[in-house]
Design a protein around this ligand. Structure first.
Ligand SMILES: Nc1nc2c(c(=O)[nH]1)N[C@H]1C(S)=C(S)[C@@H](COP(=O)(O)O)O[C@H]1N2
Ligand SMILES: [Mo]
Length: 201
């Protein structure tokens, strides 16, 4: 038996090689870090005129917004219409003065996970630093208290337990990007593996 056909408007939102789920699987390398609000901070450093450091309270006091977006994991599940709440990157960047040489961002997480993005894609208006998903605080396994959400790229770029953003002039590959995953990760181009990079412009 074939798979039931999806309505066109939904089908066009599912990248090649992906199937839909309404579950929210947990994909983590390593254990879920413990969260201590007294010790937690969020930092912005690297190619900025002034480094920033927010305590948990300060970060939570920043203006909030909501985004609805789709989430595509390279292991081939996609979850549509996720409601994310938190601080949009647009809002955060009102407080950051980038040096002109800044061209890339490296996200740093509790536990040592990292992932890299080109600056222009990080600055996209759907990128958000989220603490809530579908109307609830994030579960610890899904990145509580803060995760990056980058809807247009495979979900390994959506760093959980985010603690810092580093702006750089050279591209520094992150945790999965040095372990065989594609540096860019566009699900519509199926940029899954680093060996594919050799065949691209
Ligand atoms: N810090 C951290 N962030 C991470 C990961 C991780 O292992 N550690 N896994 C990534 C991968 S591979 C995916 S698919 C998504 C999964 O998010 P979820 O577990 O909330 O579904 O988180 C990404 N962010
Ligand atoms: Mo993933």
């Amino acid at each position: 038996m074939g798979k039931p056909l999806l309505p066109d408007d939904i089908r066009h939102r599912v990248p090649p090689g992906q199937y839909l789920t309404t579950k929210f699987p947990v994909l983590s390398y390593g254990p879920t870090p413990r969260f201590d609000p007294a010790k937690w901070d969020f930092r912005v450093f690297g190619l900025v005129e002034e480094e920033l450091r927010f305590t948990y309270e300060e970060f939570r006091a920043l203006p909030q917004s909501k985004q609805v977006s789709d989430f595509h994991c390279v292991t081939s599940w996609s979850r549509l219409d996720n409601l994310w709440e938190g601080v949009s990157v647009t809002e955060l960047m009102k407080r950051v003065r980038l040096k002109p040489e800044a061209r890339f961002v490296l996200a740093h997480c509790d536990g040592g996970y990292t992932t890299n993005l080109p600056l222009n894609e990080f600055l996209d208006d759907d990128v958000i630093l989220a603490h809530r998903h579908d109307g609830r605080d994030l579960e610890p396994d899904h990145g509580w208290p803060l995760r990056l959400v980058v809807p247009k790229l495979y979900a390994w770029k959506s760093a959980k337990w985010l603690r810092a953003l580093q702006f750089t002039d050279v591209d520094c590959r992150g945790f999965w990007e040095v372990r065989g995953y594609h540096n860019h990760a566009d699900p519509w181009k199926e940029e899954r593996y680093s060996f594919q990079e050799d065949y691209e412009d």
